[in-house]
Design a protein. Structure first.
Length: 103
C-alpha cells in the first residue's frame, strides 16, 4: 500500500495549467490539471532539451513544451511520435478537492 502526501488543493492548480512542487527526493515535479479536472504529475523537464513542462500548454491529456513544441502525454510521460523519450510520472489522486501524490 502506498503512502500519500498532500501537495495542494485542486483549486491551486489552474485548469489547463500546472503547479510546480519541489520534492527533495524527486526534484521539481509539475502537477497538471486538465479541463476535466484530471490531475497528472511528472518531472518538470522535457526529455528533449530539459525545457520546463510546467510552462507549457495543456491540451487534452498532453502538454506542449514551451521551448521546442514537443508533445508529452500526461498519463504516461511519453513523447508523442515522431519524437522519442519520456519523463518519469508520479501517481496522484484527488479526494475532497485535495491533491495527493504517492510517496
Amino acid at each position: 500500500m502506498s503512502n500519500w502526501k498532500l501537495i495542494c488543493k485542486l483549486e491551486d492548480i489552474p485548469q489547463l495549467g500546472s503547479r510546480v512542487v519541489h520534492w527533495p527526493e524527486r526534484g521539481k515535479i509539475a502537477v497538471f490539471r486538465t479541463s476535466d479536472d484530471e490531475v497528472f504529475a511528472m518531472h518538470d523537464k522535457c526529455p528533449h532539451k530539459g525545457g520546463p513542462l510546467s510552462q507549457g500548454i495543456v491540451h487534452g491529456k498532453r502538454v506542449t513544451c514551451p521551448l521546442h513544441g514537443w508533445n508529452i502525454g500526461l498519463d504516461d510521460g511519453k513523447a508523442v511520435a515522431p519524437d522519442v523519450g519520456g519523463c518519469k510520472t508520479f501517481e496522484v489522486k484527488v479526494e475532497n478537492g485535495e491533491v495527493f501524490m504517492a510517496a
